[in-house]
Design a protein around this ligand. Structure first.
Ligand SMILES: Nc1ncnc2c1ncn2[C@@H]1O[C@H](COP(=O)(O)OP(=O)(O)O)[C@@H](O)[C@H]1O
Ligand SMILES: [Mg+2]
Length: 254
């Protein structure tokens, strides 16, 4: 089982969209997947049509009041489960800001999942900030998957997050933390900017960048408002093809 944090401290880069569609694509490929929604905006929760019930969310798990096993809900996809997020998760930022265990508590809470060997992948959807929830996610994950929007300031964000990964490793809290890869999102093949950004990222992260790029697509952005994944909203479109292709590449990375 691998725990992967989908992270980038910048908002709107495609973290949630990637978590939802990668998760369902992996499930379609026969993998057993758990999505944990660690974002108070709970967009992965609503995007998968799950209910953001605070008692069943990751919140009491983080507070040590509930077990992870009791918090898992099934989704309409057979091998995809979810632990939902909730608006009140933001309280964790204050409640645990000065707690020594804030970096390790998620990892501790998720330890029973490692023992059970039930899931192939546990994907964390993380909030766009450098707060407790984001750092706890990174400190608890085996690997980080970075969605990067095909824009110049995406590159600055990349430098910041690779710095955070290094800091977490050096803190001794998670010295095996690895960069799973970088997936380029909202790629527009008609613009030079998209191509330039991809070329630039390829220069520095030749091994990490995924070959499959997620195209900018209205269908991808429409899907969550219907509570649907891209595979339901536009099964034959380029967005579906890209996310399925990406999932295959992701799974092949072992
Ligand atoms: N490939 C894409 N093409 C077009 N719009 C996208 C794409 N990926 C995400 N979006 C839209 O961009 C916005 C931000 O995406 P989201 O996944 O919520 O980012 P994050 O979780 O990083 O904040 C959302 O409105 C989403 O629907
Ligand atoms: Mg999000």
């Amino acid at each position: 089982m691998k725990m992967i944090a989908v992270a980038n401290q910048k908002g709107g880069v495609g973290k949630t969209t990637t978590t939802i569609n990668l998760g369902t694509a992996l499930a379609q490929l026969g993998k057993k997947v758990l999505i944990i929604d660690l974002d108070p905006q709970a967009n992965a929760t609503s995007g998968l049509g799950a209910e953001a019930d605070i008692d069943k969310s990751i919140y009491p798990v983080l507070m040590g009041q509930e077990t992870i096993e009791n918090s898992i809900q099934s989704t309409r996809f057979e091998s995809l489960d979810i632990v939902v997020g909730h608006m009140d998760l933001s309280g964790v930022e204050v409640e645990l800001a000065n707690s020594n265990s804030r970096l390790t508590l998620l990892r501790t809470a998720l330890a029973p999942l490692k023992k059970k060997e039930g899931y192939d992948y546990v994907l964390f959807d993380t909030p766009p900030s450098l707060g407790v929830l984001m750092t706890a996610s990174i400190a608890s994950a085996d690997e980080i998957l970075i969605p990067l929007q095909c824009e110049w300031f995406g590159l600055e964000g990349l430098a910041k997050i690779t710095h955070i990964i290094r800091q977490i490793r050096e803190s001794g809290h998670n010295d095996e933390l690895a960069l799973n890869g970088i997936v380029m999102t909202m790629y527009d093949s008609r613009t030079n900017l998209s191509k330039q950004v991809v070329r630039e990222v390829e220069t520095y992260f030749a091994d990490e960048i995924y070959k499959t790029k997620i195209p900018r697509s209205i269908r991808i952005s429409e899907a969550p408002s219907h509570g649907l994944t891209i595979f339901e909203h536009d099964p034959r479109g380029q967005g579906s093809r890209a996310y399925l292709e990406f999932a295959k590449e992701f799974a092949a990375r072992g």
